[in-house]
Design a protein around this ligand. Structure first.
Ligand SMILES: Cc1cc2nc3c(=O)[nH]c(=O)nc-3n(C[C@H](O)[C@H](O)[C@H](O)COP(=O)(O)O)c2cc1C
Length: 371
């Protein structure tokens, strides 16, 4: 069976990278993204199309399943926030092989986002330039949308503050976060407080420790039993992380998503034209996020659940981050460059590595290289 999945994934990889991707990459990235959302939403609508998608992309193995913070994850790979901002893919995502999905970012009020172009490909660097600026239909519309979805896998909701002038003042941005959180809470399996969108007009004010503390004081007051994650920036220093962990320890937080897009990068590592605005994803993020994960896990161990995010392209990447302390991981860029079969290929490769190293379940490998 392993051979079957390996062959199937290699054929789809060949077809995607040699035939489909060269055509798709001739067109505007946001138009192609919108096309994929339409196709995914269509495929998710019918049992037959979901089943056919599963035949092409599905993969299941009990070694990958874990119960984390009371939630059952069939495998550790999730679709990261930003791909499905308007919650149209929840029906198809499990057929593509994902174990969970994070929707959003959702903000309390709707916002059309920054003017286009706001998405760029950096093919030689294996990265995307992103400058959406928290485009969203807003929590009122999206909570209704999510309430009507059938649950096929865990859904996290990523909450940010509305990108508007009033929220340049953090005393407005905090109630905005709280309001978005409260509107989405009922329908989420977990919630993520996104501290690290690099594309809002006021920058990332909640990475400033005093502001983060003020925000978490208000989040603590929300009556909820749902797990709360906080999404950090890969550009934080170890000193920033020390402060972040010190404040987090005083508040209700169950996990950390490490990490978002990077704004601080070594220009010599970029082999493509640099986008005029925004943050970068993919291979540029991987070493930075891995360094922060290793640092945090060494400090706090399994006190928090770590979701790794940034430049996961292969089973080797995935296994490395698990052994450094990640329980789950999320991706977008790897799927765009390698094709949608990459999810099943990573899961298959993980099982191969876990078996080789004598682990009965993925949970036994978490942090094994970072004790
Ligand atoms: C098109 C696009 C839109 C994104 N929008 C969001 C967002 O709204 N909220 C967020 O927390 N992260 C957003 N991100 C960041 C991703 O969630 C992720 O942290 C980052 O892309 C690194 O993962 P990757 O290298 O696997 O893509 C976006 C990324 C991309 C590529």
């Amino acid at each position: 069976m392993n051979c079957y999945y390996k062959c199937r994934n290699s054929i789809i990889h060949f077809f995607y990278t040699r035939l489909l991707k060269p055509i798709l990459f001739l067109f505007d990235p946001e138009d192609i993204h919108n096309l994929f959302l339409k196709v995914g939403s269509f495929l998710g609508r019918f049992g037959l199309t979901r089943w056919k998608t599963k035949i092409l992309f599905g993969y299941k193995n009990p070694k990958l399943s874990q119960k984390v913070l009371g939630i059952n994850f069939e495998n550790p790979i999730g679709l990261s926030a930003g791909f499905d901002k308007d919650i149209v893919l929840t029906n198809i995502i499990s057929s593509v092989g994902f174990g969970f999905e994070e929707v959003g970012s959702v903000t309390a009020k709707a916002y059309e986002g920054n003017p286009r172009p706001r998405l760029w490909r950096l093919p030689k660097t294996k990265s995307l330039g992103v400058w959406f600026g928290l485009k969203t239909k807003g929590a009122k519309v999206l909570s209704k949308e999510l309430s009507q979805k059938i649950r096929r896998l865990p859904i996290g909701v990523n909450i940010a503050f509305t990108n508007c002038k009033e929220n340049l003042d953090i005393s407005s941005a905090i109630p905005d976060y709280v309001s978005g959180f409260m509107m989405m809470e009922k329908y989420a399996d977990y919630l993520t407080i996104n501290l690290s969108c690099p594309n809002t007009s006021g920058g990332m004010p909640f990475l400033v420790p005093e502001n983060y503390e003020k925000l978490m004081i208000e989040i603590d007051k929300i009556p909820t039993r749902k797990p709360i994650f906080v999404k950090i920036s890969p550009d934080m220093s170890h000193e920033d992380i020390d402060m972040f962990l010190e404040i987090s320890a005083k508040h209700r937080m169950h996990g950390i998503i490490c990490s978002n897009l990077t704004k601080k990068f070594d220009i010599s590592k970029i082999k493509d034209p640099i986008p005029p605005h925004g943050g970068l994803s993919g291979k540029l993020v991987f070493p930075k996020a891995l360094d922060l994960l290793s640092y945090m896990y060494k400090k706090v161990g399994n006190k928090y659940i770590f979701i790794f995010c940034g430049g996961i392209f292969s089973a080797n990447d995935a296994y490395k981050v698990i052994r450094q302390g990640a329980t789950l991981m999320e991706l977008i860029t790897g799927m765009i460059f390698e094709g949608p079969q990459v999810i099943s290929e990573i899961n298959r490769g993980l099982v191969e590595r876990l078996t080789r190293d004598g682990f009965k379940n993925i949970s036994e490998a978490i942090g094994i290289d970072n004790q």
